[in-house]
Ligand binder design. Structure first.
Ligand code: SF4
Ligand code: MG
Length: 331
């Protein structure tokens, strides 16, 4: 079956006075329908910029300089390339097809409007419904995400909510137009462990109920192990490995993923294990290593090969991997 969303060779660069930082430099990934893709990698690898680029939410000095982002329809038909779409069409896609929640909900909630008014506005912008019906939708969604007494809390302001409640409200708002894809960028990172687990459970319940796909950005492999059906691993602005979560997390192919997985002592333990650093450091943003970008840190480095040849993505077992250790399998 066709994936819901395909990102092909996406490049988003920061054009600074003294050079260009290629934050996203050839990202390709796909989000399966109705399932959860976790995008993992160390901080600064371009996960958030990728997420924001999908909805063209990047601002100067960042600029999307290439690629395709294809949103496929539910039935047969041509995909919509979000990078080529007119602004008006893109505004329709936001919320109605693809909604986004961030690590800090305060960054996307208005402080001077009630939670309810913000959900009502989002619904009415995208659907032809009256104010009362939209308000009922808001109350229903707030209840659905576990906000107690939603009839009353619908008229609260964001500052009257705790961090966990604000994230729930943000999710209610994001889902109020029944999107086909929810992009969640580190949605639980700012929360305590218990609340984090509750929010992840909630996302899984809502996914079952609404059938939406989720693209979850996280630096935490434990979180990915808990919720993901698929995992895409990013390093220095590209995806080096994507495949089923069970395969990628238990039998990773790429030496970078192998190092990441090794660095989590109890992978699968609930949410608490953070990624610890892989050997060496991420190279400075202006200096991309030649050949394979991971070669200065790789335990399997092959001199004269890995520092010269740029690996292309090949399929090995069920995993797509960009590493010169693997060749295309004959099938
Ligand atoms: Fe390591 Fe070479 Fe594979 Fe890059 S291509 S990950 S340097 S083995
Ligand atoms: Mg980030």
């Amino acid at each position: 079956m066709q994936p819901l969303l395909e990102v092909r060779s996406l490049r988003t660069h920061f054009e600074l006075g003294d050079g260009v930082v290629k934050a996203v430099d050839g990202v390709s990934l796909s989000v399966p329908r109705g399932r959860t893709l976790a995008v993992v990698g160390e901080s600064g690898c371009g996960k958030s910029v990728t997420a924001r680029s999908i909805l063209r939410l990047v601002e100067k000095p960042a600029r999307i300089v290439g690629g395709e982002i294809l949103l496929h329809p539910d039935s047969d038909g041509e995909p919509l390339d979000l990078l080529a779409a007119k602004d008006k069409r893109l505004r329709q896609v936001r919320w109605a097809d693809i909604a986004m929640v961030f690590q800090e909900p305060m960054a996307s909630l208005s402080l001077v409007h009630t939670i309810g008014d913000q959900i009502i506005e989002a619904v009415r912008l995208h659907e032809n419904v009256g104010k009362q019906a939209a308000r009922e939708r808001a109350i229903e969604m707030l209840g659905r995400v576990g906000i107690p007494d939603p009839q009353r809390r619908v008229d609260s302001y964001p500052f009257q909510f705790s961090g966990g409640m604000r994230q729930r409200a943000m999710i209610a708002m994001a889902l109020s137009c029944r999107p086909r894809l929810l992009i969640a960028d580190e949605p639980t990172t700012a929360l305590d462990v218990t609340t984090q687990a509750q929010i992840l459970d909630l996302l899984q319940d809502l996914q079952q109920e609404f059938g939406m796909a989720i693209m979850l950005i996280t630096h935490d492999l434990g979180v990915a192990a808990q919720v993901a059906d698929e995992v895409a691993v990013m390093y220095l602005g590209e995806v080096v490995e994507q495949g089923p979560a069970s395969a990628v997390l238990s039998h990773p192919k790429h030496p970078y993923t192998q190092a990441l997985v090794r660095s989590v002592p109890r992978l699968g333990a609930r949410g608490q294990d953070r990624l610890v650093a892989v050997r060496g450091t991420v190279p400075p943003p202006y200096e991309r290593p030649t050949g394979c970008r991971f070669h200065p840190r790789c335990d399997a480095f092959m001199a004269g090969k890995c520092d010269v040849t740029v690996p292309t993505r090949v399929r090995s077992d069920e995993i797509d991997v960009a590493c010169l250790l693997y060749g295309e399998e004959k099938s």
